[in-house]
Design a protein around this ligand. Sequence first.
Ligand code: ADP
Ligand code: MG
Length: 422
Amino acid sequence: MNWETVIGLEVHAQLKTNSKLFSSSPTLFGASPNSQTSFIDAGLPGVLPVLNQKAVQMAIQFGLSIEASIQDLSYFERKNYFYPDLPKGYQISQLQRPIVSNGHLDIELDDNRVKKIIIERAHLEEDAGKSLHDAHPSYTGIDLNRAGMPLLEIVTTPCLSSAEEVLCYLKTLRQLLLFLGVCDGNMQEGSFRCDVNLSIRPQGQTTLGTRTELKNLNSLRFIEKAIEYEKNRHLDLIESGLPIIQETRLYNPDTNTTHAMRGKETENDYRYFPDPDLLPLIISADWIARVKSELPELPRQMRDRFINDLGLSSYDATALTSSPEMADYFESTVAIAGKANAKPCANWVMVDLAARLNKEGKELADSPVSAAQLAGLLQRIADNTISNNIAKKVFEALWNGEGATADEVIDKQGLKQITDSG
Ligand code: ADP
Ligand code: MG
């Protein structure tokens, strides 16, 4: 029998606000334990949460960018459970009316196939704290810095069917969030986390199989491996006539296996109810229209513009829009060097500059060669003052701070090429 893998994803994107979802505590990463914890985050009795407007705005931005519906009336609910890093005994989340519903994100796979991924909902919720198991030899510590951090939980329908599609979706989603400026996308620091729900079914069957949920996946590589492992585990069980138990499982990167963490809770277990401390959230049509008019250019649109306007290949346009920093650098260079230099500019940014940055483990933001300097260099190649080969020397000199502009380096080092045939 042919089996088909069915996957639905829940991504938790930490929103890039300055303060938490319901308190004024700062949201910087890496602060010492409990130094960014207010009475509200600690759940002391009598304190009241106040909703962060910026987080709502970011959720609207995201919703509009995936052509979803924005609820004009939504609620916050309490999701009740006990855990040491959750002092309130509940997490404030949204169940009945998520702020964003029914959107989609198109992903482009390696074979150029485009697939529409349906995002059924995205809702706002607060993060929990962290248990620190290795901060003390015999105790577990509790750090509430993360408690109350704003999260947007983005949930797809079970419409993905392979690890390749999952990775492609995650990259596309992360890129979108980066371009919107609503999330820093850092998987190691946990600002972009993903739970994978997976089941299998005979090819052609329409009903869904029993799923398991995989947690603890903090890199794309682990996600890919966990999907492979879990798919095969399902297959083995079914082929041996054993049942699949609906449960939450943890991926262990050391053994490349998954193990049961807890039985799957259902909604009823959490006793969701509307949080009486928070008013219903009413979003006016005006606000939505304003956010829409201020939406930045999205990666797909930018890519198309690079192809149609600047004559770049689809490969180059895709690479240059892989991050907002890269796109920005490229655009600033072209703005000075001129559209006619777009193609060589793409090459210099993607090949020479990228290789040089890579060699020193530097980010584009710390590039010693600025967009303006690179543009100056491109102009001297274009007007034949220097050859491509000499340009590499000039680039190296600019990198090492041996001149403020390409012209200065060319002058100082006598690099002007003579093309007079006489
Ligand atoms: P919960 O919030 O309890 O995890 P949801 O019903 O909200 O459950 O679903 C969470 C995710 O699981 C969604 O992305 C959904 O698409 C996916 N999912 C649900 N059923 C299946 C299934 N049988 N196989 C694969 N994925 C599934
Ligand atoms: Mg879940």
